[in-house]
Design a protein around this ligand. Structure first.
Ligand code: SF4
Ligand code: SF4
Length: 178
């Protein structure tokens, strides 16, 4: 019985590796195809697309462990809104202005974001130092399991480059809508 579980764990690890490798090998190659495909989804029934996207989101995240990846935390500075800022500053026992000074800045769109990439709260084991109070944008990333899937298609197209899960969600949607 123990042998069975060891084999199962090895198999899962292999699937995770294949998932990551497929993403790395193909994310640039299929970017144009994905742009066109995601745009075409705007012509489908939006609720149905969101529901299918939710299903494949769950399926993909059964095979991907964010702690093996953390690519979003390493490459995309998240938006930090005022409520996030207040909550995180309190957690770090900093005044809001000192928190802003140390960790935040305005980006080119005027949004307040974390001022460094990789994120200064990312630990060496890929855990988030402020996980319980992390920004809303981090909690909701990669935005593929909500009813606004189609509204965010430009974002999903960009995210296929950063997030292996989004890449595989789009691949699965392509199989459904081919
Ligand atoms: S990039 Fe995607 S798969 Fe990787 S940690 Fe972030 S959400 Fe998880
Ligand atoms: S705050 Fe935490 S979850 Fe958000 S980017 Fe930084 S390390 Fe990642």
């Amino acid at each position: 019985m123990q042998g069975f579980f060891v084999l199962l764990i090895l198999l899962i690890e292999k699937i995770i590796k294949i998932y990551m490798q497929t993403w790395l090998n193909n994310r640039d190659i299929v970017i144009e195809e994905n742009k066109k495909f995601l745009f075409q989804l705007t012509k489908q029934k939006l609720k149905e697309v969101a529901s299918k996207a939710n299903e494949v989101h769950d399926e993909v995240f059964e095979r991907i462990d964010c702690l093996d990846c953390a690519n979003c935390c390493k490459s995309i500075p998240p938006i930090v809104n005022q409520t996030d800022s207040r909550r995180i500053a309190r957690y770090l026992k900093l005044s809001e202005s000192l928190f802003f000074q140390k960790y935040l800045c305005k980006d080119e769109d005027g949004d307040t974001v974390i001022n460094q990439s990789p994120c200064p709260f990312l630990e060496s084991d890929n855990k988030c130092q402020i996980y319980e109070v992390r920004p809303k944008a981090c909690r909701e990333y990669p935005h593929t399991n909500n009813h606004e899937f189609v509204k965010n298609i430009r974002l999903h197209t960009q995210n296929t480059q950063y997030c292996p899960a989004v890449f595989h969600i789009v691949e699965k949607l392509k199989e459904i809508y081919k």
